[in-house]
Design a protein around this ligand. Structure first.
Ligand SMILES: [Zn+2]
Length: 268
């Protein structure tokens, strides 16, 4: 049977079908209708229906959807999503009503960590910490091939811990959508990097363009990436002290910036 996977991100929604042999088919991507829950449902359902039509509904076993945040095990409502228009919503039931196929919703960083552990950069490793550095910052832990979900379904969610070992200037952090201030996410998300660069240079560039400028010798870009890398290292050091993983695998748009995580290790 075929399976359909959807990555419902804060910037884009991407979908593909996996054949019974595990081969990828029909990858498509659309911008996320930010702030609009109904339009987000329709965008995800539209991508799914295109793939379902292509491979035949009777051949599809189900749909898996990775989201920022997760479903509360108690209420089944979305919470902790930096795509805040998903929070408090019955996303799995609403999508299932439109799509009409078996459907599972899981935290995107958990999906990423499990995928990398199965046949990616963490293959063969006993303990994997998967990190998402994108519109938000998330994490997932896999041990011995199994996802560690945790009692509340939040295992690995390091993005809303405070930045450890703050330097001067980091002690009073920016407000976070979660209600706290100075969360790791407010330092390490793509929008955070862009904000830091804008504050130093007065120029508005996306994270990839900042990296390109830095590679061409832009001193402000180099400095912003240097500060970013130091903050990332401090944030991960506190994870290592608890999880002690065999490997840390990076995903998400910002992880594709080589100076941030080292050459060749980033994956989108
Ligand atoms: Zn937060």
């Amino acid at each position: 049977m075929w399976r359909i996977g959807i990555d419902l991100g804060g910037t884009k929604i991407e979908a593909l079908a996996l054949s019974p042999e595990g081969e990828e088919y029909g990858r498509r991507r659309v911008p996320t209708p930010r702030g609009d829950y109904e339009a987000t449902l329709q965008a995800a359902a539209g991508l799914t229906s295109t793939l379902v039509a292509a491979v035949g509904r009777e051949n599809v076993a189900g749909v898996g959807i990775g989201i920022p945040g997760s479903l509360s095990p108690r209420t089944r409502l979305v919470r902790n999503a930096n795509s805040t228009w998903l929070n408090g919503r019955t996303l799995d039931r609403d999508l299932q009503a439109i799509i009409g196929l078996p459907l599972v919703v899981e935290n995107d960083a958990n999906c990423f960590a499990l995928s990398e552990a199965a046949d990616g950069a963490g293959e063969g490793c006993r303990t994997i910490f998967g990190v998402i550095l994108g519109t938000g910052v998330g994490g997932g832990i896999v041990t011995n091939g199994k996802l560690l979900k945790g009692r509340n379904g939040i295992a690995g969610e390091w993005g809303h811990n405070p930045l450890p070992w703050p330097d001067e200037g980091e002690k009073i952090g920016a407000p976070c959508y979660c209600g706290k201030a100075g969360c790791i996410e407010t330092f390490l998300s793509g929008p955070a990097l862009e904000r830091q660069y804008r504050a130093r240079s007065g120029r508005s560039l996306d994270a990839i363009s900042i990296a390109e400028c830095a590679a061409e010798g832009d001193a402000v870009g180099e400095a912003a990436l240097g500060v970013y890398a130091r903050r990332l290292a401090k944030s991960l050091a506190s994870v290592v002290n608890i999880v002690d993983p065999d490997v840390i695998v990076f995903g998400g748009g910002v992880s594709n910036i080589a100076p941030v995580v080292g050459e060749g290790t980033g994956r989108a």
